[in-house]
Design a protein around this ligand. Sequence first.
Ligand SMILES: Cc1cc2nc3c(=O)[nH]c(=O)nc-3n(C[C@H](O)[C@H](O)[C@H](O)COP(=O)(O)OP(=O)(O)OC[C@H]3O[C@@H](n4cnc5c(N)ncnc54)[C@H](O)[C@@H]3O)c2cc1C
Length: 380
Amino acid sequence: MPDFAVLGGGLCGRLVAWRLAGAGHRVALYERGGPEGGESAAWIAAAMLAPLAEAAVAELLITELGVASLETWPRILAELPEPVFFQRNGTLVVWHHADRTEAPLFERRVRANAPRALADANFTTLVGAQIDAAEPALAGRFARGWLLAGEGQLDNRQALAALAAGLAQRGVQTHWHTSVEDTSLPRARVTIDCRGLGAKPALPALRGIRGEVARVHAPGIGLTRPVRLLHPRYPLYIAPKQDDLYVIGATEIEGEDRSPVSVRSALELLSAAFAVHPAFGEARILELNSQCRPTLPDHRPALIWDGGQGDGRGGSTTLRVNGLYRHGFMIAPAVADEAVRVAEAMLAGQLADADAFESLRRESRWASMLHAPQGAHEPA
Ligand SMILES: Cc1cc2nc3c(=O)[nH]c(=O)nc-3n(C[C@H](O)[C@H](O)[C@H](O)COP(=O)(O)OP(=O)(O)OC[C@H]3O[C@@H](n4cnc5c(N)ncnc54)[C@H](O)[C@@H]3O)c2cc1C
């Protein structure tokens, strides 16, 4: 019997399983889709690692998880057996004259939510020729903007593929095309539920927030970093990957609708790209796609221990790792580190009761992510 059964092989499940196997544990992973990860939110994501830009819509916990993860990603990628495009070239934020009232709002929110030192060191106002110098492809197109230094991005699909190769390399028993429901858990001492929105039967508070993206091939434009366009309805971005591939996103619509991208959303996303640079008019649309971000009511990630013991007799104890919402790639390394710490304590039988969990929680840098069974303690 494996030490750990990881349910869900999207972003979180792959990372947690790979980390646990690297620490010498016997790990089995169950994923309803294939090794490419096509059933996951991670398959659709733009995979921007932008804690400062996201501070406009996220609280301090998320920014701090993002900053810690940004430092960890290069080490993870260096250990994976396949290359993954990764860049830390900053984020450029721009806006059209008509949307200029969005700019002070964005700046105020970022400065209110992010640690002051982070914002002061990395938030640079660019005017006219400074934008042209920073991002020559946009020369003459925007009067003002901000460069958020040090932010990153990676290629989500390469990361999923490299993690799948990493799982094989570390001897993880992978069960692709295997759906696991709560009524038929595989045998293991500890179960780690990383099923994203698929965990909804076990986590009824979980909800999906639909996101739609376009992937286009646009040779000759040459953006060198993700560009965010302030917009009154939702933030739009253009994330340049390798080989002139651009991910343009993303809508943010309440609900678990997995139907194809609407005409309205396609028009908005593609018009936004066209307005940033008219050469996007000649781009070729490779894909219009949608997925739902797994989201908890407080929009925070959560590690939820079920209060059980890993006695190895079929009734294993479960840790649920969920709620990564729109920040999965940005925060996954730090969330996975914490999940591994808690999971190893569960395996070692160190979580005998709620008090033991509470002391594990007190030691955590991310205590507000850790939850015991209802009533055992109140989340901070
Ligand atoms: C449009 C869009 C854009 C995004 N852009 C960014 C971005 O720029 N930066 C960023 O940091 N994040 C971004 N995200 C968010 C990121 O993709 C998610 O936060 C992340 O994928 C969540 O990881 P997860 O492993 O919890 O869930 P998922 O990646 O969804 O993985 C869950 C896995 O569980 C599997 N599963 C479900 N049910 C079962 C079952 N019963 N049995 C077995 N397997 C099951 C699924 O098939 C899936 O593979 C974006 C998301 C979307 C939708």
